[in-house]
Design a protein around this ligand. Sequence first.
Ligand SMILES: Nc1ncnc2c1ncn2[C@@H]1O[C@H](COP(=O)(O)OP(=O)(O)OP(=O)(O)O)[C@@H](O)[C@H]1O
Ligand SMILES: O=C(O)C1=C[C@@H](O)[C@@H](O)[C@H](O)C1
Length: 307
Amino acid sequence: MEAGVGLALQSRAAGFGSDRRRSALYGGEGRARIGSLRVAEPAVAKAAVWARGSKPVAPLRAKKSSGGHETLHNSVDEALLLKRKSEEVLFYLNGRCIYLVGMMGSGKSTVGKIMSEVLGYSFFDSDKLVEQAVGMPSVAQIFKVHSEAFFRDNESSVLRDLSSMKRLVVATGGGAVIRPVNWKYMKKGLSVWLDVPLDALARRIAKVGTASRPLLDQPSGDPYTMAFSKLSMLAEQRGDAYANADVRVSLEEIASKQGHDDVSKLTPTDIAIESFHKIENFVIEHTVDNPVGDSQADSHAQRIQTL
Ligand SMILES: Nc1ncnc2c1ncn2[C@@H]1O[C@H](COP(=O)(O)OP(=O)(O)OP(=O)(O)O)[C@@H](O)[C@H]1O
Ligand SMILES: O=C(O)C1=C[C@@H](O)[C@@H](O)[C@H](O)C1
């Protein structure tokens, strides 16, 4: 099916008499709304700060973890830095959406939820929106019952619908970058590529299993090895597609800034902070007429410093 047809038409043509995509985007089972938008579960906040060692920790309410004061201190420092960065970025974003792109398992949902929470934006996972639109419980099932092409058509329609909205953080599907039309939609906002080394991706995916990721699912074999070889193949096929993003957030770079080379030590909060930093630089560099105005930007920066 052609991507880019109208919302209602697309839903009907796909056999969704109840126009599920509309309900997925404009209402449904969510707990809260901003305007007409359904807002993602606020449980996210609890995951907003991960202590070093990648365990979720609630920042100030946290009992001392095994890392003691130092861990708690790191968590609080990170939370404050994240908050401060988000304030700066909010100003420069001016309501534009953030689209996270990257390979499967790169952390788009995990990091995206943290970013949306501190920005006060709504979070959407485009895979979940496609599932709701099609009326199936998983991407794996959509691939099985229909086809990858059917999934991709619906993914494009979801991205098109999202692109007319404001103040969203969207975790896109890992393969959304391969269709040029999707870039047309994502370029309405700011796109961020989470660039994670393949071996780290394969480790994460092997840990949770591949059943929910149809392109990686293998009936047998060592999960890490299978995931690594499939991911390498996909990365090669996709070539530079991810590099179309406005900014690249390299986990290797963050680790090296922190003085080590182990990306598994990076928390999602570290990655969210770096994403904000890169977005801010991008917007500043690409604002041709400087509509913000230097003096306004300066006074904003001063205000931020006093927070
Ligand atoms: N910085 C991190 N350190 C360790 N594990 C992480 C980190 N970020 C995410 N993870 C874990 O990696 C797995 C994949 O993360 P997530 O679902 O956020 O990725 P994704 O890019 O949205 O994946 P997909 O595109 O396949 O849906 C999850 O189990 C998550 O808990
Ligand atoms: O990398 C990919 O092509 C995919 C990633 C997932 O997020 C899903 O969108 C789907 O499993 C395909």
